[in-house]
Design a protein around this ligand. Structure first.
Ligand code: C2E
Ligand code: CA
Ligand code: CA
Ligand code: CA
Length: 281
């Protein structure tokens, strides 16, 4: 048993070394990706629970790697964050999102109350120029601030709560909507909900998956829904994969949902088709 333990130790060291090396080369590859614009956006519709209409969409980033193909975000977002590259990518991403809204508005596919929801990572949010950058992006595409929703996480709030509150107040004073992503999975404390200026809570998919079997998950979701009503927050359910998931939320005050049941995240052409099908002539 001892011998096996020692071998495992050796494997562990090799594994660590190769991981450190691969993180380093990943960073280099990401620098190239930024320079050569290998990133693109996909869109996942957010749908009204009651009327089934597309109300907006969440924007998700993808990396088209020249050899590896499409790389999912969890493999590279942490490296973008730790390397500081997230500043440049985030700047591009907000502009790209605004560019699409402008195109869809001009095509008559996008009504005034629709928005795109953009994920914001901590180092991006804490850049002192973040708010200005977002407002500039909106102006450049001649868009009303209500066209954007920003998804923040509990991690952002925890890092510097006072600073977060000030920035969110500023963003919202301009009409930009703010959503708390993955609600309930972080270090959530109910007391901060009272103080953080928000428009939307997104119920994490981990609570939704077993909603019809697991009584604890059901209780948590019901608590989030009734609390949100009390606090005047909209609720978005994530990870709606089945009719059963949908039926649960249909009977609640939840306003919107997203999930594979309606559509996975899709590339812009497919999303435009979905918008077209929904436009009443
Ligand atoms: P997230 O913000 O919670 O995004 C939702 C994730 O759930 C997406 O994965 C989406 O494809 C997936 N999803 C959607 N519907 C379903 C469903 O019905 N079932 C299941 N099992 N999954 C579903 P994705 O695109 O791989 O993104 C993963 C995470 O990467 C995101 O989680 C977000 O934290 C991060 N991310 C993605 N795009 C960006 C971005 O542009 N900026 C930043 N900062 N983070 C991003
Ligand atoms: Ca999100
Ligand atoms: Ca989420
Ligand atoms: Ca997540």
């Amino acid at each position: 048993a001892k011998k096996k333990g020692r071998n495992q130790h050796v494997f562990f060291e090799i594994d660590m070394a190769s991981r450190v090396e691969s993180a380093y080369s990943l960073e280099n590859e990401l620098r190239t990706a930024v320079a050569q614009q290998q990133f693109f956006l996909v869109f996942q519709p957010q749908v009204g629970v009651q009327d089934g209409m597309i109300q907006g969409a969440e924007v998700l980033i993808r990396w088209r790697h020249p050899e590896k193909g499409i790389v999912p975000p969890f493999e590279f977002i942490p490296v973008l964050e730790s390397s500081g590259l997230i500043q440049e990518v985030g700047h591009w991403l907000i502009r790209e999102a605004c560019r699409y809204i402008r195109i869809w508005q001009d095509l008559g596919l996008w009504h005034d109350e629709a928005w795109l929801s953009v994920n914001v990572s901590p180092n991006q949010f804490y850049n002192p120029l973040f708010v200005e950058d977002v407002l500039d992006a909106l102006k450049e595409s001649k868009l009303a601030p209500t066209c954007l929703e920003l998804e923040i996480t509990e991690g952002i709030v925890i890092r510097d709560t006072e600073n977060t509150i000030k920035k969110l107040e500023l963003l919202r004073s301009h009409g930009i909507r703010v959503a708390m992503d993955d609600f309930g999975t972080g270090y959530s404390s109910l007391s901060y909900l009272k103080r953080i200026p928000l428009d939307v809570l997104k119920i994490d998919q981990s609570f939704v998956r077993d909603i019809n079997i697991d009584r604890t998950d059901k209780a948590i979701v019901e608590a989030i829904l009734s609390m949100s009503k009390y606090l005047g927050l909209e609720v978005v359910a994530e990870g709606i994969e089945t009719e059963e998931h949908y039926r649960f939320f249909k009977g609640t005050s939840c306003q919107r949902y997203q999930g594979y049941l309606y559509s996975p995240p899709v590339e812009c052409e497919r999303f435009e088709d979905m918008l077209r099908e929904r436009v009443v002539a």
